[in-house]
Design a binder for this molecule. Sequence first.
Ligand code: GDP
Length: 131
Amino acid sequence: MIKPDAVENGHVGGILDKITSAGFKIVAMKYTQLSKRDAKAFYAVHSERPFFGELVEFMTRGPIVTAIIEKENAVDDFRALIGATNPAEAAEGTIRKLYATSIGENAVHGSDSDENAAIEGDFHFAGREIY
Ligand code: GDP
């Protein structure tokens, strides 16, 4: 996902360029907005964390771009491309270093395992929307 902060700040094109230049293939993509129910379900694993309410408010405040991307070793390579959760700790040249503003408003989401990537892909897309 390209999160609401990055969409608001006009970084969709820059982020997609970083992703495709790094060798990822886009197999599904849409411009959409999460409902409160969607965001609570997507981030259910964080429901007991103190920042959960803030996270749900943030993720629902405006449109996002969501995509399924493919590559060999995609999970690890994408997490390397986006950088640390906190942009202050993200490596130079990473998407979060370039485009994120804070640990909460950190521009992009990436799945943390192949299993979760499959679950998250199904959350956003019907089979006929995946190419
Ligand atoms: P990620 O896998 O790098 O996205 O990080 P996590 O799975 O740990 O956290 C999920 C998302 O919750 C992050 O990308 C942030 O948007 C948000 N988040 C994590 N830690 C904090 C925090 O301390 N404060 C706030 N406001 N949001 C946070």
